[in-house]
Design a protein around this ligand. Structure first.
Ligand code: ATP
Ligand code: MG
Length: 433
């Protein structure tokens, strides 16, 4: 059996899928501190079923999943696959290669696969038992483990040697067989108790069995008697049935006759119902008519009442009118007298009016004469106004002329004074000479 390869994906510092092929002759992996050498061993232990997160240098199982760097995001799950070749004999299986895979998710769920088929951890442990290939086996010694083995208790050291000697599997089987033996002994004890209890119950069960047997014999007698009784009852019932059949036949005939009578009765009933419906309709019509007449009577009575009141009011009105007529007669007689007086006055006034109209005609003629005269005067006045305005114009011209002459006169006067002054000056000069 050879370690063939190890595939890591998302496990600790191996973010990308990394495959280690262990060719013949590879004896070591070397690298600087912190490059991930121990992570490779952790991966081998983990894929073989390591359950302790602490021994994988973490706090919980999900810590084995690559949890990112400054430049890279964390991944969702870690997967490691270990392939062993040439293992048909060592592992007593039919396959040449065995590939063990373990996967863990962030929620802590783990799954195992054996040659890509899902399986239990126990299947993997059973497969590698006594081969030295197991998470706690001597074939994997991490840093400091050799020291620990050498300085540990003899019992712990013995476990390593037992594993190497290939007896661990038998010891496990022995432990399992002893456990089963203990369980069987416990079962035997329980069975002894059960037997004691059953023996105690046998007496009462025997009494119950005697009772049951007696019950069965009596029950058989009862069935025989019951059968005979039933036979007799059957005979009497059959006779009764025959009587009933005859009665049914007779009743059938009378039923026919009664049915025909019922049909006839129903026909008659239908006719009577039709007549009754007609009468009902007439009654309903009569009721409607009655209601109509009653409401008409009510209307007429109201009108009579109203007319009575109206008649009383009219009688009162007639009384009042008669009184008014009497008063009006008196007034009319008085007005007749007043009219006569007025007529006499009108007669007198019309005579006066005629006289006044004659006067008016004269005055009108006079007015016409005056009007003609006035229009003559007005024409003259207009002519006078025209000549007046002409005269005013002439006066204004003359006044302009006068003022021009006055100016000229003043100028001439000035001239004359100058000449006088010149003359008197000349005279004074001549006198002096
Ligand atoms: P040494 O020679 O000192 O023993 P080593 O080569 O054995 O070192 P490991 O201990 O295998 O190195 O690897 C440690 C490296 O793995 C550290 O750089 C650590 O940051 C990284 N590492 C561990 N767990 C994770 C994880 N879950 N995600 C990312 N990186 C991780
Ligand atoms: Mg290391």
């Amino acid at each position: 059996m050879h370690l063939h390869s190890l595939e890591l994906f998302g496990f600790k510092s191996f973010a990308d899928k990394t495959t280690f092929d262990f060719h013949a002759g590879i004896t070591a992996i070397v690298g600087p501190n912190g490059c991930g050498k121990s992570n490779v061993l952790d991966a081998v232990r983990w894929v073989l079923g390591e359950q302790s997160a602490k021994s994988l240098r973490g706090d919980e199982m999900a810590d084995v999943i690559f949890n990112g760097t400054d430049t890279r995001k964390p991944v969702g799950f870690a997967e490691v696959s270990l392939t062993l070749s040439d293992c048909a004999t060592d592992l007593a299986v039919d396959w040449h290669d065995v590939r063990v895979t373990r996967r863990v998710y962030r929620d802590g769920n783990s799954e195992y696969l054996l040659n890509k088929t899902p399986c239990r951890l126990r299947d993997i442990q059973n497969l590698f038992a006594d081969t030295g290939v197991a998470r706690a086996a001597y074939s994997m010694m991490e840093q400091g483990k050799i020291d620990m083995v050498l300085s540990s208790r003899p019992e712990d050291r013995r476990a390593v040697f037992e594993e190497a000697a290939g007896i661990t599997k038998y010891k496990t089987q022995k432990r399992e067989a002893l456990r089963k033996l203990e369980a069987t002994e416990a079962n035997l004890l329980r069975i002894g108790d059960v037997i004691k209890e059953v023996k105690r119950q046998i007496g009462s069960l025997q009494r119950q069995a005697g009772k049951a047997r007696r019950y069965q014999a009596l029950h058989t007698d009862l069935r025989v008697l019951d059968t005979q009784h039933s036979r007799k009852q059957l005979d009497s019932l059959e006779a009764e049935l025959a009587r009933c059949h005859a009665e049914i036949a007779r009743l059938g005939e009378s039923e026919e006759a009664n049915r025909a009578k019922i049909d006839m009765g129903e026909n008659e009933l239908a006719e009577q119902r039709a007549v009754l419906d007609k009468i009902d309709r007439q009654i309903a019509d009569g009721r409607t008519e009655l209601q109509r007449l009653q409401s008409e009577i009510g209307t007429h009575q109201n009108r009579i009442q109203f007319n009575r009141q109206h008649a009383e009011e009219l009688t009162e009105l007639i009384e009042r009118c008669k009184k008014d007529i009497a008063a009006a007669e008196t007034k009319r007689a008085q007005h007749g007298k007043e009219i006569d007086q007025a007529n006499a006055l009108i007669e007198k006034t019309s005579q006066l009016l005629q006289a006044k109209e004659g006067e008016l005609a004269k005055v009108t003629d006079l007015i016409a004469e005056f009007r003609a005269e006035r229009s003559g005067h007005e024409a003259k006045l207009e002519a006078l106004r025209l000549s007046g305005s002409k005269n005013e114009k002439r006066i204004a011209e003359l006044e302009d002329e006068i003022s021009g002459l006055a100016i000229r006169r003043d100028a001439t006067e000035e001239n004359r004074r100058d000449l006088d002054d010149a003359i008197s000056g000349a005279r004074v000069k001549s006198n002096v000479r």
